[in-house]
Design a protein around this ligand. Sequence first.
Ligand SMILES: [Zn+2]
Length: 70
Amino acid sequence: MPFFDFLCEKCGHRFVKRVSNAEKDRVECPECGHPKVKQMLSPFFTPGSHYGPTPSIPDSCAGCGQAGSG
Ligand SMILES: [Zn+2]
């Protein structure tokens, strides 16, 4: 069965659930139990890969090292 990415329409909780094509219409939020969840389309949809809800933001240090002003 494939994994599907869902977003709760009530609390905004995002989760991944492995359901069949018929079951994905009957998924409820594991956080608040709300029966209405929106199916997301993940571009990073790769089986067997680690799921990361937050993308890795490059830590840029443009204005670092400015200490003791004035
Ligand atoms: Zn919810």
